[in-house]
Design a protein around this ligand. Sequence first.
Ligand SMILES: CC(C)(COP(=O)(O)OP(=O)(O)OC[C@H]1O[C@@H](n2cnc3c(N)ncnc32)[C@H](O)[C@@H]1OP(=O)(O)O)[C@@H](O)C(=O)NCCC(=O)NCCS
Length: 200
Amino acid sequence: MTQEKNILIRKATEIDIPIVMEINMRSLPENYWYGFYLHILKNWPETFFVAEVDGKLVGYAMTRIETSSDLVLLGLDNEFEKRDNVRSLINTLLDPIKSFLAKGYYGKVGHLVSIAVLEEYRRRGIGSRLLEKSIRISKEIYDAESMYLEVRITNKPAIRLYEKYGFRKARIIKRYYMDGEDAYVMVKRLKNIPTFSSKK
Ligand SMILES: CC(C)(COP(=O)(O)OP(=O)(O)OC[C@H]1O[C@@H](n2cnc3c(N)ncnc32)[C@H](O)[C@@H]1OP(=O)(O)O)[C@@H](O)C(=O)NCCC(=O)NCCS
């Protein structure tokens, strides 16, 4: 990987949205309307980043902070590993206990909604820098306990990137995408496991 020195990762502003939309259109089949970007920017301004190279916008990452009681999204359970893992039996036996302990437990989770880098700027560490910052700020500023995302099961570059930063496949959502492709839900736990005595 060539590390580029003149990469700037900064918080997005409203003025950046049209270019972010263009990068998104050129990189992904999942496209959104202006108001969607604006909503994320207004509500979670600290976790909407853009990447600049020599003053040109070449990438972005946007994260929404949600509250969830879903143990998978909280990074406390892993449905995907259960399917084909030797530990599956133990996990299955522990399930009712875990659910009982976690009843009513809510935590903040960072949802990486979208990340993309223009094709001609890929493999230079830009995606990594955007992801790294999204993880750090979700934890430090928004107090997120975990971070999750959906990714097409065939999107090897993205899956590799996420695995490099500690995300694990945790669930499959069948036909999640408009064209019928399945998604992996990938999750990274950001904090120590709660005791469940501190219900929120
Ligand atoms: C996924 C994406 C954001 C990665 O951005 P990037 O700037 O190229 O990422 P980096 O250069 O930081 O790469 C980090 C790691 O990701 C993995 N990776 C990235 N591109 C890869 C590729 N084409 N093949 C295999 N692994 C790849 C590698 O592990 C890489 O580390 P390495 O270069 O040390 O081997 C970029 O490919 C992209 O914009 N794709 C289209 C949009 C998309 O799919 N977004 C994700 C939707 S869930």
